[in-house]
Each structure stands twice: as C-alpha cells, then as structure tokens.
Design a protein around this ligand. Sequence first.
Ligand code: ZN
Length: 135
Amino acid sequence: MTSIVKIMLLVNSFASMAFSGLSALVIESVEAECDGIVVRARTSGLPVGCPDRGRSTAQVHGCHVRRPAEVPVDARSVVIEVRIRRLACASMVCPRRTFREQVPGLIERYQRRTSRLTAQVRVLVKEAAGRRCGC
Ligand SMILES: [Zn+2]
C-alpha cells in the first residue's frame, strides 16, 4: 500500500470519527476555510418514498444545496454543505409531482442547524435561563 493511500485511509477514518453524527450522508470532502470547517456531503442516492403516495423513487428532478450549521469541532464552526435531491414522484396521479428528500434525525425541514446542534443550543438555553442572578 502506498503512503498516499495510507494517508487517505487515515483522513477518511478521522472524518468518519469526527463527523460520526453525519452517518446518514456520504461525506465527499472536509475543508478548513478561514471562517470554519466546511463538510461537503450528499445523500445516499437510495430511493425515497413520496410523502403523499409513499411510492419510492430515485428519479432525480433537480438538486439544491443546504448549508446547516453543525456542532463546532475544536472551537471552530462547522457547516455542512449537503446536496439534496428533488425527486419526481413515481405515481402519475400524485398532486405533489416532485418533492425534496429529507434527512430525518440530522437536518429537519426548514432548519438552519443540524438536530445535534439544535439539541445542544436547547440545553445551553435551559441552563442559562435556570441560573439565578448573581447580584
Ligand atoms: Zn407523490
């Protein structure tokens, strides 16, 4: 095994360990930028069921990128740049016709933070609200 392959394996194992909360995604790259760490990822590409009809489909209608904030690593902010598919419903009579795939448990609909970061912020807010004034 060449040294470059060994280094790539180490980097991949570090990325999967440091970002284990993102296991629902396929991590394509992790880059340190001046304002933090950017994890570029995509969904698995598996068929997804339509929210209305439930029929699974993998027919891609389009894609877009979401950029939710993730739990900081080593005091550096982390943003996940995840490519999300818009899929065409497999049912000809479905009124929805297309729908965005979701990543439940990781990125909830309309949220700008991952579920893990939201949970951590919620705990911090509760702790801060529960403190008594030191005056
Ligand atoms: Zn449908």
